[in-house]
Design a protein around this ligand. Structure first.
Ligand SMILES: [Zn+2]
Ligand SMILES: [Zn+2]
Length: 342
């Protein structure tokens, strides 16, 4: 089969001819119908985030058709439309047993620690595979498995309830899903904080109240618009210390900040004023749970999570085309979402 692989960090991905993977007894072989090109793939190719061992087929946002199943797999059948949770997990360890398989002791991310979806076929454990209803396109079925799933996990971790107010810091890929999901949860008001007018315009179309952080202090703005109360839930989806601080300062009494933006820098908190005095909480968000995928599929199927604003381009399984997309993602950092449809 054809697969587009990272052979050496810092070098373009290369098309290689590989054998179709062997299917283990608990595995499923999927013919890839769509594989999202994600911003993290830019980091993998550049060597900023180490991928080992090489060569490795990238691609962790995958949808396709079941081609073959292992002898112990009864739940799935050849011909099923499916999407893939990006962690291949064991199902036997302490974390898998408790339903927190993103901490699986032998968990491997597809497209990083094991071969991913930039290929004609991918083999994954059946427990990572979910039926994809026919109302959801291949492209949407693929891209919802990364940023949308993590947005849903962030809202779950923040325990968002109907009637509450939410501020979403960062109206990029995660934010676009978070805004819509927060509305589907029944949030009373959803604020979107960003510095780019184009992103804020999309956020507004999706039902958020836009707040331009370049035009003034977003904390003051949020306090003003909530009559000095603050928001019940804030999500930080950017990974900037100053934004994390703003998000903490925006919280109401009993407010919860869930942080999904990644940074290795620290940020300051004034313990009494910003946390203890309001019994506020700061919560870390890491990936998402397999059990969150079926509800996510339902949100998309019911049209509560629209992804048509997100997919902007499809490319074929071709190393040059994929490298070109990765180049432009790296250069502009824009939310150009491209999906490989082999
Ligand atoms: Zn991704
Ligand atoms: Zn496990």
């Amino acid at each position: 089969m054809r697969a587009v692989q990272l052979v050496q960090p810092g070098q373009p991905l290369r098309m290689r001819e590989l054998p179709v993977p062997e299917v283990g007894s608990r595995d499923v072989l999927i013919r890839v119908a769509a594989a999202g090109i994600c911003h993290s793939d830019v980091h993998y190719r550049a060597g900023i985030s180490a991928v080992r061992p090489l060569p490795r087929t990238l691609g962790h946002e995958v949808a396709g058709v079941v081609e073959k199943r292992g002898s112990e797999v009864a739940r799935l059948h050849p011909g099923n439309r499916v999407c893939v949770h990006y962690m291949a997990t064991c199902g036997d360890c302490e974390y898998c047993n408790r339903g927190y398989e993103q901490f699986c002791t032998s968990g491997k991310m597809i497209g990083k620690h094991r071969d991913g979806g930039y290929a004609e076929y991918i083999c994954v454990p059946a427990r990572s595979v979910f039926l994809l209803p026919s109302e959801i396109s291949w492209e949407h079925g693929a891209i919802m498995m990364c940023s949308s799933a993590t947005s849903l996990h962030a809202l779950n971790k923040a325990r968002l309830k109907a009637g509450e107010t939410v501020a979403i810091f960062g109206a990029g890929g995660l934010g676009m899903s978070a805004i819509q999901l927060a509305r589907a949860f029944g949030a009373k008001q959803v604020f979107a904080v960003d510095m780019q007018e184009t992103k804020l315009a999309i956020a507004q179309r999706l039902g958020a109240i836009p707040i331009n952080a370049a035009a003034g202090d977003p904390v003051e703005e949020l306090q003003d618009r909530t009559a000095g109360r603050g928001v019940d839930v804030a999500l930080e989806l950017i990974g900037l210390p100053q934004v994390m601080r703003q998000a903490v300062r925006s919280l109401a009494v009993f407010g919860r900040l869930a942080i999904a933006g990644i940074t290795d820098r620290t940020f300051e908190v004034a313990p009494y004023e910003e946390l203890l005095g309001r019994e506020a909480e700061i919560i870390g968000v890491s990936d998402h749970l397999a059990q969150e995928i079926p509800p996510l599929i339902d949100f998309v199927r019911r049209g509560q999570l629209q992804l048509s604003e997100v997919v902007t381009q499809t490319v074929s399984l071709d190393a040059d085309e994929i490298n070109g997309i990765l180049d432009s993602l790296g250069r502009f950092g824009r939310q150009i979402r491209a999906v490989i449809t082999p």
